[in-house]
Design a protein around this ligand. Structure first.
Ligand code: NPQ
Ligand code: MG
Length: 386
């Protein structure tokens, strides 16, 4: 499929990538983040820096240390990038169209998060060379976007409530509660009692089975905006059966790995909302296609979050400006996760919105000192010059 129409970009813009640096960074989280699949106290990820002569480009891989949320993991992503993905992109010569990145790595099956990071970095360099922002190139129609926040599992409902009240005071427009078996109905009921009018959702990260249908029928009484990924990470059929029994929309996250998956899920009734994460679907261009197929079918989407540093946060905000993004996403402020981000921090306005970056490319760069302080390993893959 062609790239989105981009009249702002001169037709002939082309970049030659000479080398790509991979850098693992670690940033402490302001508080542990617990989900049904585990607990993180630190964000650790791979950043890519594309050197394209006059311009550089940055990309962030959303994989984590261990393959819990999805199959990919940091060392695996570094391996697939250095061994297969980066050499394939470098060998293909100049990039005159960002869609060439996905084309050149299509032979590699899977590895979507690694591919997405590479596409993001090359696209950033190409857009900087074109003096165009990601938001305008991808087709964003808003310069500010409403934001929600994701609240990790805590030992008591009271602890979650205290955290939630802090976020509501800052302006967040929707609160997502992480749930797991044993910490679900009672907690959500308690929060709903205290906050009868707050837009609330829950995210199970695939922790339940069809046998838990009675739990979801009880949650169905609580007026939730949606129930995110209740069942298997690779399932659509069980979700379709569950959705048929619920009024609350099911939102799929893990189960949607492509625009093709999105069409299948919508057509079989497996969900009524989709969480879009560019990393999970293999890149920003595929994320745009997920947006497009959902929009054509009248299905609301929102942009998820993977505890990104400012690099990934910037791209999520650009995507959140797309016209079909009709619900607040997990695009929270930097301070929700980090005391000090890698980039200038993204800040929430008291009205619960954040600005979409407007500068060329993704619109942000790591601050050199902060980047150096957070980096734990660095390697470089160079273009082979015959
Ligand atoms: C979700 N995110 O929507 C994910 C899950 C998640 C904001 O709830 C490191 C890397 C830690 C990826 C923790 C939110 C993560 C991660 C949670 C993804 O399901
Ligand atoms: Mg989720």
């Amino acid at each position: 499929m062609p790239a989105p129409p981009s009249p702002a970009v001169p037709a002939m813009t082309s970049v030659v990538v000479s080398s790509i640096e991979l850098r693992e960074v670690g940033l402490p989280l302001v508080r542990p983040f617990r989900t049904s699949f585990g607990e993180d106290v630190e964000k650790r990820c791979v950043l890519l820096r594309v050197d394209a002569g006059e311009v550089v480009g940055w990309g962030e891989c959303v994989a984590d240390v261990e393959p819990r949320y999805a199959e990919e993991w940091n060392d695996g992503a570094r391996g697939s990038l250095t061994r297969f993905l980066i050499p394939s992109v470098l060998a293909g010569g100049p990039i005159s169209d960002p869609a060439q990145v996905a084309d050149r790595v299509r032979w590699v099956r899977g590895h979507r998060m690694a591919k997405a990071a590479l596409e993001m970095a090359v696209l950033d360099a190409w857009l900087r060379a074109s003096q165009t922002s990601l938001a305008s190139w991808v087709g964003a129609v808003r310069d500010r976007v409403p934001c929600g926040v994701s609240v990790g599992i805590a030992s008591t409902a009271e602890a979650m409530l205290e955290e939630i009240r802090g976020y509501l005071a800052k302006g967040y427009r929707r609160v997502k509660l992480k749930i797991e078996p044993g910490r679900d109905l009672d907690v959500v009921r308690r929060v709903r009692e205290e906050l009868p009018d707050t837009p609330l959702s829950v995210d199970a990260n695939a922790a339940y089975t069809p046998a838990d249908a009675p739990l979801f029928q009880a949650l169905d009484e609580l007026g939730l905006v949606m129930i995110e990924q209740p069942l298997g990470h690779d399932d659509l059929m069980d979700h379709a059966r569950l959705q048929a029994r619920l009024r609350t929309p099911i939102c799929l996250d893990e189960s949607i790995r492509s625009a093709h998956d999105a069409v299948a899920a919508i057509e079989m009734g497996a969900c009524r909302v989709i969480n879009i994460k560019p990393g999970r679907v293999g890149g920003l261009l595929e994320a745009k296609r997920v947006h497009d197929v959902a929009r054509e079918r009248g299905v609301p989407v929102w942009i998820g979050g993977m505890l990104e540093t400012g690099i990934g946060r910037a791209t999520n905000l650009a995507m959140a400006g797309l016209p079909g993004v009709s619900m607040p996403g997990d695009t929270s402020a930097s301070e929700r996760y980090f005391r000090e981000d890698l980039t200038e921090p993204f800040e929430l306005d008291p009205d619960g919105t954040m600005a979409v970056p407007t500068g060329p490319g993704i619109g942000v760069e790591p601050r050199p000192e902060r980047l150096a302080a957070c980096s734990t390993r660095i390697e470089t893959v160079r273009r082979h010059v015959p």
